[in-house]
Design a protein around this ligand. Structure first.
Ligand SMILES: [Cu+2]
Length: 151
């Protein structure tokens, strides 16, 4: 007949191991309910996002004439120089807004109910105009121009 002889040290080691596993299991289970506010794992930095929408103002003059204009909302955004950001342009009012950003080769079209995303990076400080080609002046139901301030 064989007996398994456990020394006092072995028993303590087994108890400590069991406790570590238990604490670890509790930690893993409760961790799912927590929301980390700071990432320490060096994950890829996400690109800052700026959202603009196309809006319409309309009214009627005293003599019954319908007047309307289109705008970007917000009309001004601030972007850090040399940092890549994405502009998310969502079409709410107006069927289509072909646009460009002055001083860059960025251009595209915003359509109603769709989001147009362009990535931009400005290496020079200054104020850049986001211009809708269709509604660039009062005569064309604008000015649909947003200002991108880079510094
Ligand atoms: Cu427009």
């Amino acid at each position: 007949m064989k007996f398994v002889v456990l020394k006092k040290g072995s028993i303590i080691a087994v108890i400590v191991t069991f406790m570590i596993i238990t604490i670890g299991a509790v930690w893993v289970l409760t961790e799912k309910n927590s929301y980390p506010t700071v990432s320490m794992t060096g994950q890829k930095e996400t690109i800052p996002s700026y959202q603009l929408v196309t809006v319409e103002y309309s009214s009627k003059t005293d003599d019954g004439k319908e007047i309307e204009m289109y705008r970007w909302d917000p009309g001004t955004i601030n972007i850090e120089k040399g940092k890549e950001v994405e502009l998310r342009l969502y079409g709410v009012n107006g069927m289509e807004h072909p646009f460009y950003i002055e001083g860059t080769d960025v251009k595209g079209t915003v359509k109603k109910g769709e989001e147009t995303v362009v990535n931009v990076k400005f290496d020079e400080e200054g104020t850049y105009r986001l211009v809708c080609e269709t509604h660039h002046s009062i005569e064309n139901h604008g000015p649909m121009v947003a200002h991108i301030i880079v510094d």
